[in-house]
Write a protein that binds this ligand. Structure first.
Ligand SMILES: [Zn+2]
Length: 92
């Protein structure tokens, strides 16, 4: 289910912390590609909050590598005035 509702990042962080107090204080060393090494952590008991409106999966409002850009977003970009001259890609 997708309610297309949005929850601000600090609120999601508070939900994650409240649902997973045992994970607070964990540390993970950085890897050369900017990921974090979390192989030493067991996530079996990690609880993921659902959407507060529909219970669906909560995910960032971004298009991940390998996903399709939503049709509506592509159409909005094509109709923009002035025209959008480029696509911005962000990688940490
Ligand atoms: Zn929802």
């Amino acid at each position: 289910m997708n309610s297309a509702s949005r929850i601000r990042t600090p609120a999601v962080q508070r939900m994650l912390e409240a649902m997973n107090p045992d994970f607070m204080g964990n540390t993970a060393p950085d890897l050369p590609d900017s990921d974090a090494n979390i192989e030493h952590l067991d996530f079996v008991s990690f609880d993921i909050p659902g959407c507060t409106r529909c219970g669906g999966v909560v995910k960032p409002d971004v298009v991940f590598f390998g996903e399709s850009v939503p049709r509506e977003l592509v159409q909005d970009a094509a109709r923009s005035n002035p025209p959008m001259p480029c696509l911005c890609s962000v990688h940490r």
